[in-house]
Write a protein that binds this ligand. Structure first.
Ligand SMILES: [Zn+2]
Length: 260
């Protein structure tokens, strides 16, 4: 099963990822120390939760997957399509603004935070390179998923057919009505070919973010894509949902690391 109960924690793991070459997991909201509205394993800073509690939650998130928190490399996620290559743990350096985080070293654990936006984990076992992408509707309009694949190919010599991709817990189309401005921006980047993931209803649109990301990956030639069927807004016991909780919520963490 993709969901594993490890001690007090719910961990989502993709079945298509190698367990010997990489360590990965997306860790749900159970098992932390934060009170409502961040209950309980909130790893998001700057959203009102106490920094000491957040630090404790981050440490627990790493421990449950057997990675030392000192290997963490995270970024300031800003709904861009900018990439950053982590060559060492971030340590005390300020975080770079980026939404595509890449590494080729076993010294680093890539770490990103989510609450509805799409976590996309990537592993190329041939070139031994990993990436995490954070893609909401802005990321989709910037083709962040496609840009991540092109970056792996151009910078690390990956072939898109070799890259294994997992699309993690995120908001489903049913739970994600969007305005006409978002719908128009999505129409534009897909040149109108949006019928399967942009639903037109009377007076509104619904965007299937994970499926839109999948389309952008497929356009780059990615074939090995595992989709998680969990909707964050429909499972608030286990995940955080910015939309489903009207912005008063926390963030869950996605980790990815190469193993030596
Ligand atoms: Zn939903």
């Amino acid at each position: 099963m993709p969901i594993q109960q490890i001690d007090d924690f719910q961990v989502f793991k993709f079945e298509s990822f190698s367990t010997s070459e990489i360590t990965h997991g997306i860790v749900g909201r159970e098992g932390g120390v934060s009170p409502d509205p961040w209950r309980s394993l909130n790893v998001g800073g700057f959203i009102g939760d106490d920094p000491d509690r957040v630090a404790k939650n981050v440490r627990r998130t790493f421990e449950v997957l057997g990675r030392h928190v000192g290997t963490k490399h995270d970024v300031w996620q800003s709904h861009s399509a900018d990439f950053h290559i982590a060559i060492a743990p971030r340590g005390d350096l300020p975080p770079v603004h980026a939404d595509i985080l890449i590494s080729q070293t076993t010294d680093v654990t890539l770490f990103m935070r989510f609450a509805d936006c799409v976590p996309i984990l990537m592993h190329d076992p041939v070139q031994r390179v990993i990436a995490i992408v954070h893609a909401g509707w802005k990321g989709v309009t910037l083709d962040a998923p496609g840009k991540a694949i092109r970056t792996l190919c151009n910078t690390f010599g990956s072939r898109s057919g070799d890259i294994v991709v997992g699309i993690g817990p995120s908001i489903c189309a049913e739970c994600y009505p969007v305005g006409i401005d978002v719908a128009n921006a999505v129409e534009k980047v897909f040149r109108g070919a949006t019928e399967t993931f942009l639903w037109k209803r009377v007076g509104t649109f619904h965007l299937d973010l994970p499926l839109a990301c999948r389309k952008q990956l497929e356009r780059e030639g990615v074939r090995n894509i595992e989709m998680c069927s969990i909707c964050t807004a429909m499972d608030l016991e286990n995940w955080y949902s910015h939309r489903g909780e009207n912005g008063r919520t926390g963030r869950f963490g996605a980790l990815l690391a190469l193993e030596g």
